[in-house]
Design a protein around this ligand. Structure first.
Ligand code: NI
Length: 190
């Protein structure tokens, strides 16, 4: 089952998501499957629970599409539950990012080269792992979602001002996407 993706402007995207316990979500695997289905349906490489309206520390990633540029990403399909950044290191580098909640906008975003994370996988197995380069980039972008942050927050004041109207338009549903979305400033569903 595909979820509608929550568009820019919805408060759920701004909430710091709480951790979850295994007992609270006995059907988490079905939820994870639906999140992957939603992500693939929208041609995304990552999707965080707040983007489908669920404020919880869960995100999924499949960055294998980048494996032409980085062979280490060939099997980079992961589930991150209760992720917590332990350390970020290395030089900041720019990459032209987009986000399924902010369609049609892409901007250069600077992020650090490496990120060390504590997280649980879909079997509630604990991991402590360091990601680098593009893997780190995707993890950092999705991690921001569970912290209530968006890539547009990281832009210069000038860039922010230049895209302000387009962001407002997205909230109102004035955007052409080929996947189902839920727009905060549209009262009736569309
Ligand atoms: Ni995103």
């Amino acid at each position: 089952m595909k979820f509608p993706i929550i568009a820019y402007g919805d408060p759920v995207l701004r909430r710091k998501a709480p951790s979850i316990e295994p007992d609270e979500y006995p059907h988490i695997k079905a939820l994870i499957d639906n999140m992957f289905e939603t992500m693939y349906g929208a041609h995304g490489v990552g999707l965080a629970a707040p983007q489908v309206g669920l404020s919880m520390r869960l995100f999924v990633i499949d960055a294998s599409v980048f494996s032409d540029d980085d062979a280490s990403l060939k099997d980079f399909k992961r589930v991150f539950i209760n992720a917590c950044i332990l350390d970020e290191s290395g030089e900041e580098w720019p990459f032209n990012e987009g986000c399924l909640s902010i369609p049609e906008i892409r901007e250069d975003v600077y992020r650090k080269q490496n990120v060390k994370l504590s997280y649980y996988d879909e079997n509630w197995k604990h991991h402590e792992e360091t990601f680098s380069g593009m893997a780190a980039r995707v993890v950092q972008h999705e991690y921001d979602h569970i912290e209530g942050k968006l890539f547009t927050d990281k832009l210069s004041p000038l860039r922010k001002r230049l895209i302000e109207k387009r962001l407002n338009d997205i909230s109102k549903g004035m955007v052409d996407v080929d996947y189902k979305m839920k727009f905060p400033a549209v009262k009736k569903g569309r």
